[in-house]
Design a protein around this ligand. Structure first.
Ligand code: SF4
Length: 332
């Protein structure tokens, strides 16, 4: 899977580093002082690296838990995100990570215990009020599970902290760690979808809708709480038909009455990221459509965006009660 593993000297002896390296005996190991030496240099070509990314094992020193942006959440008062991993196994053309990072290598922060301590400190600061912790903001929460064992580590952690809820957001089918564990009342496994033709055109390496649905059904049967995420909504000429069909497909196979939440959000990228994406994929039809820029954020023109959101909301409400629907309202 990896031909090269870069290892920060300070985590070389970490048990998690050693366990991961043992799983890839053929990979060339390269020690480095700080992972930024490999990950940050400006001259990198994201598109080229994406064909064969290396794994970087590093330590996260600070800012383990950050406040979620305004408008991001599931109705809770305290919302945070944390990222044990930067970058993703998959290759979605609309993914903001391509605009955010110069490098397509995966950075895995192996010091999970420090993330746990930061979550505890955050809870203490809140007076132990109910709080949400979103994983999967800078990666897919489950796709790399066979390597990272992130879920396996954090499920018992959250099981002991019922006032802390975790959202694992994914497009993957890596559910083995979840099925091995008792379902948690304070965990939501949130699966993201776009319609079939968008999936085929833009979501490279992402498992098919059918395979993800099978994983969702298995999880639902095992008692896990699931979420559906339609974020970003991708505009295309037939978006009405294709989103309606997608919703029908999903809700015909899932128990809607057992869903935790459904959220949807508009396509939105900081202007600098958007420009970088266009530069990486100048022939990509997705970027040839109409866009508008407001306060440095690129989005579909307001009318188009509002029309899509309204249409998809109406369609979703054919399948679920309004109480389950959470529009993502990040400011433009
Ligand atoms: S699955 Fe999510 S994180 Fe991964 S490439 Fe696609 S949009 Fe990005």
């Amino acid at each position: 899977m990896f031909s090269h593993i870069y290892i920060e000297e300070q985590v070389a002896d970490h048990p998690r580093t050693q366990a991961i390296c043992a799983r890839f005996p053929a990979a060339q190991r390269i020690l480095c002082e700080r992972y930024g030496e490999v990950f940050n240099p400006n001259a990198q070509n994201f598109r080229l690296q994406k064909t064969k990314p290396a794994l970087i094992l590093a330590r996260k020193h600070n800012r383990h838990v950050l406040p979620a942006p305004d408008g991001y959440g599931l109705g809770g008062r305290h919302n945070y995100y944390f990222s044990h991993l930067l970058n993703c196994l998959y290759d979605c053309r609309y993914c903001f990570l391509q605009g955010m990072y110069r490098s397509a290598h995966y950075v895995l922060y192996v010091n999970y215990e420090d993330f746990g301590a930061a979550i505890d400190a955050t809870l203490a600061n809140n007076g132990h009020e109910n709080s949400w912790f979103f994983s999967g903001y800078d990666c897919d929460s489950l796709a790399m599970e066979p390597v990272s064992e992130f879920v396996q580590h954090f499920l018992p952690f959250f099981a002991d902290r019922p006032q802390a809820s975790i959202e694992l957001r994914t497009k993957s089918t890596q559910i083995r760690s979840l099925l091995k564990h008792e379902p948690l009342a304070n965990a939501v496994i949130a699966f993201s979808f776009t319609p079939g033709e968008i999936h085929q055109a833009l979501e490279h390496k992402v498992p098919t809708i059918e395979r993800r649905l099978q994983s969702m059904q298995q999880l639902q049967q095992a008692g896990w709480q699931l979420g559906l995420r339609f974020d970003p909504l991708i505009y295309h000429e037939d978006y009405r038909d294709s989103y309606r069909e997608l919703f029908q497909q999903l809700f015909s196979q899932l128990r809607a009455d057992q869903l935790h939440s459904v959220s949807l959000g508009a396509f939105r990228l900081p202007q600098g990221y958007f420009k970088r994406l266009v530069k990486l994929y100048p022939d990509e039809p997705l970027f040839a459509g109409q866009f508008s820029t407001t306060r440095d954020m690129v989005s579909y023109p307001r009318n188009q965006e509002q029309e899509m959101l309204a249409y998809c909301t109406t369609e979703l409400l054919q399948h679920i009660p309004e109480s389950l629907l959470f529009p993502c309202t990040l400011a433009a």
